[in-house]
Design a protein around this ligand. Structure first.
Ligand SMILES: [Zn+2]
Length: 479
C-alpha cells in the first residue's frame, strides 16, 4: 500500500492545485448561494432539422433525408420535406437524429468522487462513499449533481434518474434538485436516506411529504418528477440488513404518497434472494424499479414480469465492482422493461451511454457465445424507448413522434471514429462516442449545439466541482 499512499498524496496536491485554480478567488459556498434562482435556460424555440437520417424508434422506423419540426417544446411533425413556416432551419445533413438517451439510475451527487473507488477493501466503493458522503455539505450535492448533469447533456442523455441517497437535511435534497432544474434535463429525483444512516432509523418521510406537497415549486414545469429511493431490506451488503419495522415504514410511506419506488436488489450473489423476499412479502408492483437484479432467480424474474415491475442495468458498475455479468435476454424474454444506467462515476469513471449500450451487447453475446444474440437496434431501444417505458414516461419521451415532448439528439457521422455511413444502429452502438453528439434538445430547448454546451459553462462547472471535491477530501482527511 506504500506506493498507493505516495501516489494518493501526489494526487491530493494535484487536486488541491486544480481546486485552488478553479476557485479563482471565490468560495464554493458563496457561488452556491449565488446560484439560487439565477438559472437561465434557453427559450423553447421553433425550429426544423432538415435532411437528416432520422431514427424514430417508433412504428415509423427510420426515415432518410427527413425533417423534424419542433415548436414550444413539442415535436410537431417528423417526415420528409415538412412545411414549417417561420421555423429556423438546422442543417441535418450528415447527422443521425434520434431520441435522447434515457438514463435510469445514477447517484449523481457522488460525481465529486469520480474514479475514486479504490482497489483495496478499505477504499472500496461502499466505504469510500459512506466515509466521504458523511462529510458532504449541501453545496457538494449541488456541485456533484451539476457536474453529472453537464456530462449527461454532453453525452446525449436527455433523461436522468437522480438516485439521491445522501440527504442529510432538507437542504441537501434542495441542492440536488436545484442542479437538476438549472440543467434543463428531464429527470426523476428519487428522495432517499443519507449515507451511514443507522439501519434502525427510518428515513425522513416528513420532509419527503413536504416536498411532494410543494412539488410544483421543484418540478421545473413538469420536467422533473419525484420518486422514493428505498433502501429495501438490506441494500447490497448483507451486513446492512434493515429491520422489518423500518423498511416497511419507508416503503409504505412512499406508496402512501403515490410515489414510484426504486430499490437495489439481488445485485450480487450474497444477496441473490432479495427479489424473492420482496415478492414473498407481496410487495412487487408496477410502481417498482429493481436495480441490477443480476442474481434474480427465474421465479423472481417471472414475478417481476407479472407485477409489471422494471429493471435497471448498469453494466459498467456491475462489472467493475464484481457483481458479475448482467442478465439481459432473461428480462427481454420475460417482458420486463429494461432501462440502462450509469449508477455512479465513482466506479465507472464516466457517463458514456454509447459505451453502456455497446457493453450490454458485447456481454450478452459473450455470455451466450453467439455473435447474433442481441442486435444493436434492440440495444438502442433499451437506451431510448424501452428505458422510457421502464420509467413510466414513454408517453412523453423515448421516440420521435408528433405530439411527444422534443427530447432528441443529433450525432455527427463525419467524425474520424464514424466516417463511413453503414447501418446507423450499428454505428451508434459500436462506434459513436459523446464527442460525436453535436446537438442535444430537451423539451424543445437546445442545450448542446455544435458540440458545445449552451446553457452551462462547462469549464466553470468542472472547476467548481474540482474545488468542492478537494475541499471535501481535505475536511475528511482523505488522501
Ligand atoms: Zn446504484
Amino acid at each position: 500500500m506504500t506506493n498507493g499512499k505516495i501516489s494518493r498524496r501526489n494526487l491530493l496536491s494535484g487536486a488541491a492545485a486544480i481546486g485552488a485554480l478553479g476557485a479563482g478567488g471565490f468560495n464554493v459556498t458563496e457561488t452556491f448561494a449565488q446560484a439560487r434562482g439565477s438559472a437561465k435556460l434557453p427559450a423553447r424555440g421553433n425550429f426544423v432539422i432538415r435532411n437528416a437520417y432520422v431514427m424514430t424508434m417508433d412504428a415509423a422506423g427510420d426515415i432518410r433525408d427527413a425533417d423534424v419540426h419542433v415548436k414550444d417544446g413539442v415535436i410537431v411533425a417528423v417526415g420528409q420535406k415538412l412545411n414549417a413556416p417561420g421555423a429556423a432551419a438546422i442543417d441535418g445533413k450528415g447527422s443521425i437524429v434520434l431520441p435522447g438517451l434515457v438514463e435510469t439510475h445514477w447517484h449523481m451527487w457522488n460525481t465529486l468522487l469520480r474514479s475514486m473507488s479504490g482497489e483495496k477493501p478499505e477504499f472500496g466503493y461502499f466505504r469510500t462513499t459512506a466515509m466521504l458522503g458523511q462529510k458532504y455539505e449541501a453545496s457538494d450535492m449541488y456541485h456533484g449533481t451539476r457536474l453529472a448533469a453537464a456530462e449527461a447533456i454532453n453525452s446525449g442523455i436527455t433523461h436522468v434518474h437522480s438516485w439521491c441517497h445522501n440527504i442529510r437535511s432538507p437542504e441537501y435534497a434542495e441542492a440536488d434538485l436545484r442542479a437538476l432544474r438549472e440543467s434543463g434535463l428531464r429527470a426523476r429525483f428519487s428522495y432517499g436516506p443519507r449515507q451511514a444512516q443507522p439501519n434502525n432509523e427510518v428515513m425522513n418521510l416528513a420532509d419527503l411529504e413536504r416536498m411532494k406537497n410543494a412539488w410544483a415549486n421543484y418540478s421545473n414545469e413538469g420536467l422533473i418528477s419525484l420518486g422514493m429511493a428505498w433502501r429495501g431490506q438490506g441494500g447490497n451488503n448483507p451486513a446492512t440488513a434493515i429491520p422489518e419495522n423500518v423498511w416497511k415504514a419507508e416503503l409504505e410511506g412512499g406508496r402512501r404518497l403515490g410515489l414510484p419506488i426504486t430499490v437495489h436488489a439481488s445485485g450480487s450473489r450474497a444477496v441473490a434472494g432479495q427479489i424473492d423476499a420482496i415478492e414473498k412479502a407481496n410487495l412487487l408492483a408496477k410502481d417498482m424499479q429493481l436495480i441490477h437484479a443480476g442474481f434474480a432467480s427465474d421465479e423472481a424474474i417471472k414475478a417481476m414480469a407479472k407485477a409489471g415491475a422494471s429493471v435497471s442495468l448498469s453494466p459498467y458498475s456491475e462489472l467493475r465492482i464484481g457483481f458479475g455479468f448482467p442478465k439481459v435476454s432473461e428480462y427481454i424474454a420475460a417482458g420486463v422493461p429494461i432501462g440502462l444506467s450509469v449508477d455512479t462515476v465513482e466506479l465507472t469513471g464516466n457517463a458514456d451511454m454509447f459505451g453502456i449500450m455497446k457493453l450490454i451487447q458485447n456481454v450478452e453475446n459473450g455470455k451466450s457465445e453467439s455473435e447474433f444474440k442481441l442486435s444493436a437496434r434492440r440495444v438502442l431501444e433499451l437506451g431510448t424507448i424501452e428505458g422510457a417505458r421502464s420509467m413510466g414516461i414513454a408517453d412523453k419521451t423515448g421516440s420521435l413522434k408528433a405530439g411527444k415532448r422534443a427530447d432528441l439528439i443529433m450525432v455527427s457521422t463525419g467524425d474520424v471514429n464514424m466516417g463511413v455511413f453503414g447501418d446507423p444502429a450499428h454505428m451508434l452502438v459500436t462506434a459513436a462516442q459523446p464527442s460525436n453528439v453535436d446537438t442535444v434538445v430537451v423539451d424543445g430547448r437546445i442545450l448542446k449545439r455544435g458540440g458545445k454546451l449552451v446553457a452551462m459553462n462547462a469549464r466553470q462547472v468542472s472547476q467548481e466541482a474540482a474545488a468542492a471535491s478537494a475541499a471535501l477530501r481535505k475536511r475528511a482527511n482523505w488522501w
